[in-house]
Design a protein around this ligand. Structure first.
Ligand code: UTP
Length: 279
């Protein structure tokens, strides 16, 4: 019988500069910007825990120390508010700290998402793992499970790489990795081509990859030899194409809603959405 919890580790590439949020991201990591009162990265970690993962591996960079402090106990603060009505505001983060472990490594040069994932190899080792880009904030209101839970379930069955996709307007394909593939089950595609940020005229479809992946350890070998692509960066899409050509990549049109919190517009949209949901 397959082990339902075979994926235990989740990698969070969080070393990017977040230039679209300057000056806010000059000293504060983009991943620590809050939607309401919770930082983006904490939403991602909670999604991973819901999917049964308990080991969080975070790729950070210079100026990102706030991330490590957030996923740690703050004795002074906790002592100060103990017994007050504010104590409950720390319940979620306390729960996160109690239920998983965190490890960190630094990406020294920001050479792209593929390079950030390769940097995380030292934390992941030789096992399948999930990747969450915390600036893609996902909500599963109205559907049973979070996006990563849905993907872990598929991994148990198919045992290969899985990327989450959604349909985007054709004119926006130049913001995403875009796949082409054959639909093998409802909402599940066997990928046979993928292109990073194609012009709409060159896009093989309007099925765009969002920031959720399940990867097999072979990806590290491929990334070692992947040359810089679009924007001079080492692209995970280019590395995945190598595995897709061997039939090892599925794309899953997930259930739920995604907000592009890497853009100011998407961030505002998410804030309004979560505010309306909670009030
Ligand atoms: P983005 O493309 O959103 O880049 O990265 P960015 O630098 O964070 O933001 P902008 O475009 O300058 O505003 C997507 C994800 O990949 C991580 C980022 O932290 C983000 O989670 N990333 C990107 C790295 O960890 N390292 C890199 O070299 C590039």
């Amino acid at each position: 019988m397959l082990n339902q919890n075979s994926i235990k580790k989740c990698l969070f590439p969080a070393a990017g500069y977040g230039t679209r949020f300057l000056p806010a991201t000059k000293a504060i990591p983009k991943e620590m910007l809050p939607v309401l009162t919770k930082p983006l990265l904490q939403y991602g970690v909670e999604e991973a825990i819901e999917a049964g993962l308990d080991t969080m591996a975070i790729v950070t960079g210079r100026g990102k120390r706030a991330i490590e402090d957030h996923f740690d106990i703050s004795y002074e603060l906790e002592h100060q508010i103990k017994g007050s009505s504010k104590e409950k505001m720390l319940a979620d983060i306390r729960n996160v700290i109690d239920h998983c472990t965190f490890s960190y490594t630094r990406q020294i040069e920001m050479k792209g998402l593929g390079h950030a994932i390769l940097t995380g190899q030292t934390l992941i080792g030789n096992q399948p793992f999930a990747v969450i880009l915390a600036d893609d904030l996902c909500d599963n209101t109205g559907v049973s499970k979070g996006v990563l839970s849905q993907m872990v379930k598929l991994y148990e069955k198919h045992q290969c790489c899985i990327v989450a996709i959604e349909e985007v307007p054709k004119e926006q394909t130049n913001k995403y990795g875009v796949i082409a593939g054959e639909e093998i089950e409802n909402n599940l595609y066997r990928v046979n081509d993928m292109i990073e940020k194609p012009d709409p005229k060159d896009a093989p479809s309007n099925l765009a990859i969002i920031g959720r992946y399940i990867l097999i350890p072979e990806i590290f070998d491929v990334l070692q030899t992947t040359q810089p692509g679009k924007g001079g960066e080492i692209q995970i899409t280019d590395a995945l194409l190598t595995l897709a050509k061997q039939g090892k990549v599925l794309a899953y049109k997930f259930e739920g809603q995604r907000f592009d919190c890497g853009s100011v517009e998407g961030f505002v949209e998410a804030t309004n959405y979560f505010y309306n949901k909670e009030n």
